[in-house]
Design a protein around this ligand. Structure first.
Ligand code: PMP
Length: 427
C-alpha cells in the first residue's frame, strides 16, 4: 500500500469535513521524528497539535502504558474506581496555579474539558452567561464552537449555537487592539448585552493557540481577575494548548500573579493518549451534583498511566527550562531573519510556544499566502509545520521539548530556507 492509494481510498471512505493536512500516511514515530509508509522521514514540529511535548513514544510513557495494559484497560472510573485517577488529581491540585484548596476531574478531549468547565461554572454560580474572545479556540462540540471566536472553518454551517455566549476582542497590539480596548469592550457588553450578574464565567487562553499564539498581557489578565471579582464571575483559563511545559512553565498561568478559578487541560497531559481535565477551586468543583460530571471513558487507565509518566519526565528532564532554551534559540534566529525580510511582522511567544506572523511587505495586512508557502516549502524539505491565526497568516512551532539538539538545528535550518524561498516567490 502506498500514499497515493490510501489517499483515493480516504476520499471515498471518509468525509471531507475531517480535513487532512498531509498527503502521506504515518508508519512510525520516535521522539521528534516521524516516518511515512513509504519510508520518508519528517521532523515533527506539529507534535500531534501540541500533544507530544514529551516526544513520540517516550520510553517511560511506553513502559507505563505497557504496565497498565497488563493489569486492566477499562472499568469505567464511575463504576469501579482506581488509584491512578485519585493520585493524578492530587498531583494536578498541587501543581496548578492558585493558593487555595483544589479538586480535579478527568475527561477525554479538550472540548470535553471546556464543556465541563462551563457546566461547573454554571452550577456554581446559578448563572448562564459566558464571555469568550475573538480568535479563541475551545473545541468542536456545540458549546466549544459557541465559545470559539473564529467562524470559518469551525462554525460554518453548524449553528444555532447555545445562547448567552458573547465575544470580546482579545488584546492584539499588532492588529490595533490594546488591553484597555478589550477590557472596555467587556464593560460595554455589560451595558449593551448582558447584566454582569447573569455572567457565570469569562473563559480565555493565556496564549491563544489556534488564534495565532498571542499572549495575554499581564495587565489584561489582572483586569479580567478584577472584573470577575467585582461581579462574582468565575475566571476560566483554557490551558489545553499552553499546558505541560510548552511556555516554559508547567502551566502558562504560572507567568501571571493572579490565578483562575477553573482551568482546563488536555493535549500534552498524557503525551499522546486521550486525556483531559478540569482543575479548580474545591468549592466550585463540588457545585455539580453526583452523576453530573464524567463519561464512560473519562479518566481512562492507560491515559492516566501515561500522564503520571509525563509529569515525571517534565521534572526529570527539566522540560520547562528546555522549552525556554530552545524557544530563545529559534526566536533569536527568526528575529535576525526579520531584519532582512519585511514580511516577518512579528516573532513571539513564551518559552517554546513560538510563532512567526507574516504580513505584506508594505505592512498592509496579513499575508496568509506567505505562511502557506513557508509551510509547503518546509514540508517538501521534511519539516512538519502548522499554520494558525485569525487570518491564517501565522506559522507556529510545536516541537517536542525532548528534541535532540542536532535534530532541532536541522529543523531550524529548514525553516530558515523555507522562509527565504517564500520571499523569492513573493518578489
Ligand atoms: N481549547 C484549546 C485552547 C485548544 O487548543 C483545543 C484544541 N486545539 C481545544 C480546546 C479542543 O481540544 P480537543 O481537540 O482535544 O477537543
Amino acid at each position: 500500500m502506498n500514499n497515493a492509494e490510501l489517499k483515493s481510498r480516504r476520499d471515498a471512505a471518509t468525509p471531507r469535513g475531517v480535513g487532512v493536512m498531509c498527503d502521506f500516511y504515518a508508519a512510525r514515530a520516535e521522539n521528534a521524528e516521524l516516518w511515512d509508509i513509504e519510508g520518508r522521514r519528517f521532523i515533527d514540529f506539529a507534535a500531534g497539535i501540541a500533544v507530544c511535548n514529551t516526544g513520540h513514544r517516550h520510553p517511560k510513557i511506553v513502559a507505563a502504558i505497557r504496565d497498565q495494559l497488563d493489569r486492566f484497560t477499562h472499568t469505567a472510573y464511575q463504576i469501579v474506581p482506581y488509584a491512578s485517577y485519585v493520585e493524578l488529581a492530587e498531583k494536578i491540585n498541587q501543581r496548578a496555579p492558585g493558593d487555595y484548596p483544589k479538586k480535579t476531574a478527568f475527561f477525554t478531549t479538550g472540548a470535553e474539558a471546556v464543556e465541563n468547565a462551563i457546566k461547573i461554572a454554571r452550577a456554581a454560580t446559578g448563572r448562564a452567561g459566558v464571555i469568550a474572545f475573538t480568535g479563541g479556540f475551545h473545541g468542536r462540540t456545540l458549546m466549544g464552537m459557541a465559545l470559539t471566536g473564529k467562524v470559518a472553518p469551525y462554525k460554518t454551517g453548524f449553528g444555532p449555537f447555545p445562547p448567552d455566549v458573547f465575544h470580546a476582542p482579545f488584546p492584539n497590539p499588532l492588529h490595533g487592539v490594546s488591553t484597555a480596548d478589550s477590557l472596555k469592550y467587556i464593560d460595554h457588553l455589560f451595558k449593551a448585552d448582558i447584566d454582569p450578574k447573569r455572567v457565570a464565567a469569562i473563559i480565555f487562553e493565556p496564549v491563544q493557540g489556534e488564534g495565532g499564539f498571542y499572549q495575554a498581557p499581564v495587565e489584561f489578565v489582572r483586569g479580567l481577575r478584577t472584573l470577575c471579582d467585582a461581579h462574582g464571575i468565575l475566571l476560566i483559563a483554557d490551558e489545553v494548548q499552553t499546558g505541560f511545559a510548552r511556555t516554559g512553565k508547567l502551566f502558562a498561568m504560572h507567568h501571571y500573579d493572579v490565578a483562575p478559578d477553573l482551568m482546563t487541560m488536555a493535549k500534552s497531559l498524557a503525551g499522546g493518549m486521550p486525556l483531559s481535565g478540569v482543575v479548580g477551586r474545591a468549592d466550585v468543583m463540588d457545585a455539580a451534583a453526583p452523576g453530573g460530571l464524567g463519561g464512560t471513558y473519562a479518566g481512562n487507565p492507560l491515559a492516566l498511566a501515561a500522564a503520571h509518566a509525563v509529569l515525571d519526565i517534565i521534572d526529570e528532564e527539566q522540560l520547562c527550562e528546555r522549552a525556554t532554551v530552545l524557544g530563545d534559540r529559534v526566536k533569536a534566529k527568526l528575529v535576525a531573519l526579520q531584519r532582512e525580510i519585511p514580511q516577518i511582522a512579528e516573532v513571539r511567544g513564551p518559552g517554546a510556544m513560538v510563532a512567526v506572523e507574516f504580513c505584506n511587505a508594505d505592512g498592509c495586512g496579513p499575508d496568509a499566502g506567505f505562511a502557506t508557502r513557508v509551510q509547503a516549502r518546509a514540508l517538501e524539505r521534511g519539516l512538519l509545520l502548522l499554520v494558525c491565526g485569525l487570518y491564517s497568516n501565522v506559522v507556529r512551532l510545536l516541537f517536542p521539548l525532548t528534541i535532540p539538539d542536532a535534530v532541532f538545528d536541522e529543523a531550524i535550518a529548514i525553516l530558515e530556507a523555507a522562509i527565504n524561498e517564500s520571499v523569492a516567490v513573493a518578489a
